[in-house]
Design a protein around this ligand. Sequence first.
Ligand SMILES: [Zn+2]
Length: 262
Amino acid sequence: MKAPARDAIPVVKAREIIAKLEIEDPAEIEIELIAANEGAPVLEKPLEGSDGRMVRLDGSVLITVRNTIRFPGQKRFVIAHELGHVLLHPHVRQIDEVSIAQASNWSLNQEPEEIEANLFAAEILMPGKLFVPRIENKDPSFGLLRSLAGEFRTTLTATAIQFLRYTKEECVLICSKGGFRKWFWPTERFGFRLRDETEIHAYTCAAELQKSKEGHVRGDDVPAGCWLRDFSPDGKECVTEDAIHSIDFGETLSLVWIQEAI
Ligand SMILES: [Zn+2]
């Protein structure tokens, strides 16, 4: 199981901008100003049917973002996603509309341009050179991810993806909804395959959260077979799972980590 290889171009593009602007601190990443500097002014206004929009017309481009988006992290991610299309897809995207739910979708079974725009957004809001020193030698946990999402002013899902892209740990992020797996994103080192069944196993923290709808469950002894193929749910091998429930989307995010060799 491998992370996609198409991530090189969006990441390089985002890094070029961060280097050009000599950004050295997360507080300096003002995405509206960065977009304007790249020729794409940002307008906040009421929008119906989407949370963000990018329109290219007669050589000029405008990004619009819904003014009532509640969380700054979501607003910043929507702007960064549209800026990604502006810079990466000049010939294939003249118009793009994005919703917050869609910008939180990291499924690999979608148009590659959407994944690229999301990767660009994650890298420009959380540049590797600032992000990596903050995760070095740190264990995967939503406690850490929440604190990073706060410092970089971005969404928890995007922060989790960025963590997976840079951590040396062997883990996978799994998004589930209504008792079924929706999408997953492994680290490059992750050497296992997920179960063929997409139904969430009853012994997982995700299943517990789906029932209780409470914020956060962590377990160090989740049977590996509940998530991974080639293991039994009744076997002795265990993985660590940290899971949170998002009230906004009704989704559960599970960070599944191979803490001990199995
Ligand atoms: Zn898009």
